[in-house]
Design a protein around this ligand. Structure first.
Ligand code: FES
Length: 161
């Protein structure tokens, strides 16, 4: 969980979040939908927005945070200029995708669902990308890289400014 002090929300942000919350019925059972709507509006789920949502619908921050971190669809930081998707489906797993993921994490100093400090890359782990014959597979934005080896990661990442 984030240890940083949550930022104060602006009046506009509160108004927007209220509008989103008011647009949903039975908010306590629609937390996933609410998080999707907030992410759609702001491109990511910010800590202060999740806190505001939790308070508004009468649940705990850790409840909301737990949902936000469980689903890969959510970005907890603004997305980077490029999104790296590492396939962790069965076909890629048996061909060593874990090593590829670890190499990328090590190179960029981020974890899955994180974004580099310079905003260059976001990292996601995904299920089958539909081209298992090329395992292990990663995608960067809409470009697919197949039969990737750890030793190629540096040169692949270099192509993306
Ligand atoms: S399991 Fe990775 S592409 Fe299918």
């Amino acid at each position: 969980m984030s240890g940083t002090k949550p930022k104060e929300l602006s009046w506009e942000e509160k108004r927007m979040l209220d509008m989103i919350i008011d647009s949903v019925e039975d908010t306590k059972h629609q937390k996933l939908l609410l998080l999707q709507l907030i992410q759609k509006e702001y491109n990511s789920l910010r800590d202060e927005h999740m806190r505001y949502l939790a308070k508004s619908i009468g649940t705990s921050y850790s409840d909301i945070y737990g949902i936000a971190t469980f689903y890969a669809q959510f970005n907890l930081s603004p997305p980077g200029r490029h999104t790296i998707s590492v396939c962790m489906g069965t076909g890629c797993h048996v061909k060593g995708s874990k090593r590829i993921l670890e190499k990328i994490q090590g190179n960029l100093g981020i974890k899955v669902n994180g974004t580099t400090k310079d905003g260059r890359f976001s990292l996601k782990s995904v299920r089958c990308l539909g081209c298992c014959g090329l395992a292990p597979v990663i995608m960067i934005d809409d470009e697919t890289f197949g039969r990737v080896r750890s030793s190629q990661i540096d040169s692949i990442l270099e192509k993306f400014e």
